[in-house]
Design a protein around this ligand. Structure first.
Ligand SMILES: *[C@@H]1O[C@H](CO)[C@@H](O)[C@H](O)[C@H]1NC(C)=O
Ligand SMILES: *[C@@H]1O[C@H](CO)[C@@H](O)[C@H](O)[C@H]1NC(C)=O
Length: 319
């Protein structure tokens, strides 16, 4: 049972059970993570926004700040990511990633730049301005060098056309340009970067398809080379994010659970950012690839409140 200390004279009904959380967090009885998980984990983004507003109005305090002081570890991070508006969440994740520029974090920037729609990317950049009084572009530019710099600055700066139209002869000629650069191992070639960063996703995908038809192997194969080459790995992520994002995320999740100690950051990121969108597609591909359900993998590899929270977002809290 919850130990709720009610605020006097406050009326609420069952449809406003968010007050339960509000009151609970405020009660001096110690935080009950299970209650927080069961309430927040079952609220969509509009409802969560209402909870935040109601909380702020009642207590002149930001609920996220409160959660930061009440929770800890991987669960704290997941709960806070979940409470943020999706666009703000991306801006926050991008900021953490640029400030801490090492290989795994580059994926965060690439996912935001290549998986989100062009207008979503624009919204994330606007949120970044409001939150940090700087642009994502300048932060990425300041924290990168060499080929990474060229690629990442181009990808975060772009505003691609978002239509479905495809120019087949252009796809053919650009497949050839890509193939020539790859053959010469000129992976940081400005033409590779121009094509990947400026063409519409439908057009780039058509180019990848032509590449495979013309040269007998996928562009991803062409970008294999040295497995320790981080720049090649980044190019493969770009290709996968544009071509088949669900497959890409299924792989990120699989890598995350198979890592020693599990990569909780990656698990949180993929599950939280897709829970209200296309997580079911990712779950399905995950099962196809691994013959084990994502629910079971998470149940097996995570622990404590973080595990309970992720399973709730997966709709598998009974595991
Ligand atoms: C890319 O092309 C392949 C093959 O036609 C198709 O299956 C896939 O859905 C396309 N992806 C995108 C993002 O258009
Ligand atoms: C659970 O994790 C252990 C250790 O990582 C592994 O050996 C086992 O196969 C996993 N089971 C499932 C069902 O994933």
């Amino acid at each position: 049972m919850m130990n709720i200390r009610l605020v006097p004279n406050l009326t609420f009904d069952s449809s406003t059970d968010h007050f339960v959380l509000i009151l609970y967090v405020l009660s001096g009885w110690g935080t009950d993570e299970k209650v927080i998980i069961s309430i927040l984990g079952h609220r969509d983004s509009t409802q969560r926004k209402l909870i935040m507003l109601a909380y702020e109005e009642l207590y002149q305090e930001n609920l996220i700040d409160r959660l930061k002081s009440e929770l800890s570890g991987d669960f704290e991070e997941a709960a806070i990511r979940w409470m943020l508006d999706p666009v703000d969440r991306d801006a926050v994740m991008a900021n953490v990633a640029v400030k801490n520029f090492v290989t795994p974090d580059i994926r965060v920037i690439l996912e935001i730049a290549c998986v989100r729609s062009p207008s979503e990317l624009l919204a994330v950049k606007q949120a970044y301005h409001s939150l940090y009084k700087r642009s994502l572009e300048e932060d990425v530019a300041m924290h990168t060098t060499g080929d990474f710099h060229k690629l990442l600055v181009a990808l975060v700066s772009t505003y691609r056309y978002d239509g479905d139209e495809i120019d087949s002869s252009l796809a053919l000629s650009e497949a050839k340009i890509l193939h020539n650069a790859i053959k010469e191992k000129a992976f940081g070639h400005e033409e590779i970067i121009r094509i990947l960063s400026t063409r519409s996703k439908a057009q780039v995908n058509a180019t990848f398809n032509c590449y495979k038809d013309e040269y007998g192997a996928s562009i991803t194969k062409g970008l294999m080379g040295d497995p320790k080459d981080d720049f090649l790995a980044a190019l493969r992520v770009v290709v996968q994010c544009i071509r088949s994002p669900h497959k890409y995320f299924a792989k990120v999740l699989n890598d995350a659970v198979n890592k020693q100690g599990a990569d909780e950051d990656a698990l949180t990121r993929v599950i939280v950012t897709h829970a209200e969108k296309d997580l079911n597609n990712i779950i399905e591909l995950y099962f196809q690839r691994n013959s084990i359900s994502l629910n079971h993998a998470v149940a097996n590899h995570s622990s404590g409140d973080h595990k309970a929270f992720l399973l709730t977002l997966l709709g598998a809290e009974d595991l």
